[in-house]
Design a protein around this ligand. Structure first.
Ligand code: CTP
Length: 408
């Protein structure tokens, strides 16, 4: 891809260096276009060395090549990171007073803006109006992260991590633009896997990494939703920007927390891999091998609650929002008589959810991998194939199907 990385004059400009690296290491060609004030924070030489391309800030540099037209027309995507309040205002005003804003005016490719500024500046009605104007015009203004800003204050306005920005840009370039259409919606997503304790050191668990659930959370938050992730065993994953995390360990805890969080949810997604069984009792001290009554040789298990089916039943009884859209997942392998899709269809009937994302798993597929593929099942419609892609690209397809069911 030909990516233009625009850099505006904010302290987070140094993070643009990591973003440029992320793209170049992924094989993309990067043209860096800083604003003149960005060069107060990071020198042109740094951007040139990282991108391997010359850097200028003004339309009056290399006039013979009409740079803004050339760069704008050749770009597959333009990402501005960081974007200051001033840069956002200038783009909203249709200004073309430096090479970056002129390039954005020329471009017909996706434009992604990653804001970074103090909370007061982000929440100022002038900035919010400008952001709304840009979004209405189809420019993707990402939600900033919450967290530590320059100095000791914290709040919304922090630049997303470079890896998160690069991933979102790749999803957009893959053909999945990020609409900001879920403001005011509450989305609850279970992610990762449950663990059932046997004794203080052992547990029954599964291989779910939580990546698919986190990708869904990341995108739902970028659509403007209020997102809660109910997560088991996902410590090594970065928290999706803008999402709240509630940690659980066992299936019973998952059921309890999902019940609480789902009460007023508009969308409920069960992507966690839940242990179907748990030990009948948890030993208070470490179980020893080789004893006559060794519980380790024959585990005594009891069935766990089916959280997904339970949520569907609660919705029927109006104990949670009766209009909530409920999404399930199915991890399936085929057998001699049935395909993975046959099993997924049967599971969809059994669970009663509105959408089911079915993955074919096994042989190293899906669990812990960066990519995912499968089918989306919904009532009264033939299953649609979910094309292989990053877990975020798969998440985008699932959320688009949810948006359709919600009627937008
Ligand atoms: N699920 C759940 N509670 C359980 C088991 C599964 O809520 N006790 C949810 C999962 O989060 C997923 C869906 O049900 O959304 C299907 O999970 P899966 O493990 O594929 O199905 P099972 O119901 O366990 O069926 P089976 O083991 O027979 O394939």
């Amino acid at each position: 891809m030909n990516i233009v990385v625009g850099v505006a004059g904010g302290i987070a400009a140094y993070k643009a260096c990591h973003l440029i690296r992320d793209f170049t290491e992924g094989g993309d060609s990067v043209r860096v276009v800083p604003t003149p004030t960005a060069l107060n924070f990071v020198g042109a030489a740094t951007f040139e060395a990282l991108s391997g391309q010359s850097v200028s800030t003004s339309v009056f540099d290399a006039v013979d090549r009409v740079q803004h037209v050339d760069i704008g027309q050749r770009a597959d995507a333009i990402v501005v990171a960081p974007a200051t309040a001033d840069l956002i205002a200038r783009v909203a005003g249709g200004r073309a007073d430096d090479l970056l804003t002129a390039t954005i005016l020329v471009a017909t490719c996706p434009v992604v803006i990653a804001p970074a500024m103090h909370t007061e500046m982000w929440l100022n009605p002038a900035t919010q109006d400008n952001v709304a104007t840009l979004r209405r015009r189809g420019i993707m203004v990402l939600e900033p992260a919450q967290g530590r800003l320059t100095g000791s204050d914290s709040g919304p306005g922090r630049l997303l991590e470079p890896g998160q920005i690069a991933q979102l840009v790749r999803t957009v370039v893959a053909g999945y633009p990020i609409a900001h259409d879920w403001a005011g919606k509450k989305v609850v997503i279970s992610a990762g896997g449950t663990q059932e304790n046997l004794d203080p050191v052992r547990y029954l668990g599964n291989r779910s990494s939580g990546r698919q659930g986190f990708a869904l959370a990341e995108l739902a938050a970028q659509r403007g939703a209020d997102v809660t992730v109910v997560a088991g065993n996902v410590e090594q994953l970065p928290t999706p920007a803008g999402a709240k995390i509630r940690s659980i360990v066992s299936a019973q805890q998952l059921e309890e927390v999902m019940g609480e969080e789902s009460a007023d949810a508009d969308v409920i997604i069960m992507s966690a891999a839940v242990s179907d069984y748990r030990p009948r009792s948890v030993a208070g001290s470490k179980l020893k091998k080789g004893k006559a009554d060794a519980q380790l040789e024959r585990l005594d298990l009891v069935l766990n609650p089916d959280v997904l089916a339970g949520l569907v039943a609660k919705r029927e009884r109006a104990e949670i929002n009766p209009a909530a859209i409920i999404v399930g997942f199915a991890a399936e392998t085929g057998d001699a008589e049935h395909s993975a899709l046959d099993f997924a269809k049967a599971k969809f009937q059994r669970k009663g959810c509105d959408l089911l994302m079915a993955n074919a798993v096994g042989q190293g597929k899906v669990f812990g991998q960066a990519t995912n593929e499968g089918w989306l099942l919904r009532k009264d419609v033939e299953p649609t194939v979910v094309e292989k892609g990053s877990k975020q690209v798969v998440a985008a397809q699932i959320l688009d199907a949810v948006a359709q069911l919600m009627g937008h």
